[in-house]
Design a protein around this ligand. Sequence first.
Ligand code: ZN
Ligand code: ZN
Length: 351
Amino acid sequence: MTKINNLKQAMQKEDKYQSFLVFNSANLTYFSGFQGSMALRIPLEGESTLFVSAVNFEQAKAEVKGLNIQLVKRGENLMETIANQAGALGAKFAVDSLGIESWRALAKAVGGEEKLEVASNLIRELRKVKDQQEIQLIRQACKIADAGMQKAKETIRVGVREKEVAAEAEYAMRKAGSDGVAFDTIVASGFCCAFPHSTFQDRTVKEGDFVMVDLGATHRFYRSDITRTFVAGKGSEKQKRIHEVVKLAQKKAIEHIKPGVAAKEVDMTARRVIEEAGFGDFFVHNLGHGVGLEVHEAPILSTDSKDVLEAGNVVTVEPGIYLPGFGGVRIEDTVLVTEGGAERLTGAFAF
Ligand code: ZN
Ligand code: ZN
């Protein structure tokens, strides 16, 4: 229950909350190790309670350790149940995130909106730094993604359909033990590579096409994220040049990573390489994002990020160049920030 104790410590520093009421599903999994609960109340003192509907109650009792498990019956008002259990008139509650309807219901149950405060940032900060067990799970998810990318590479040829490449890659990941994809697999060929998140086409790959593959696996709730860009058949000099620039940008950025470095500086390192090569206008997104229970989480590697890297962060480094009408290249790896610098968790094979 180290994670819960860490949150209690963060709450103690704030010195204003009686309980943290957790509703966000990734946050619930983070603290309980279980997927399928409705809410979790973490009081400053004493035991925490996980609220679970009848559908998942038996499984929760069997799998969750160190938490009270409270059944929420069908028709029961969850917010009133939480409020009754929390008691303490006049107390203030921290909340991570809630839809507007649920927020109103909770406010009514605890006796007014002024008793609630959004404090998702406390959990965001905790989740940024992965412990050894989390790193192990992400490491495994990355290995599975590598197997998927290897298969994608083998499947790409002139005449193959984009969806066939995606299907083969996903099948390979399943066989390698993936619990599911980390997000919808992207296979984009030809001019579609110029759209960073192209998913709706199903082009047939043609001679000389760029083929961009962006995929990830999930292993016990933890995710991975990798992108490679290949050329079907023979590549042109221009294609090779763009690929080299993106590869160099990624290499320089990863070399720049170590604890204490501002995330925005890592973004700027990659951006500078691409700008100096004359493609500055065509790197249209952030350099990277945190990966863990969600495929996009803190810290963020962008030009205006306020995050400072710490050992235990897991982030993607994914520079890209997208030329409208021509195609694009993105190279992405999931990277662990270590005491000494950075370790690539994806990318077991050369490209
Ligand atoms: Zn990706
Ligand atoms: Zn990504």
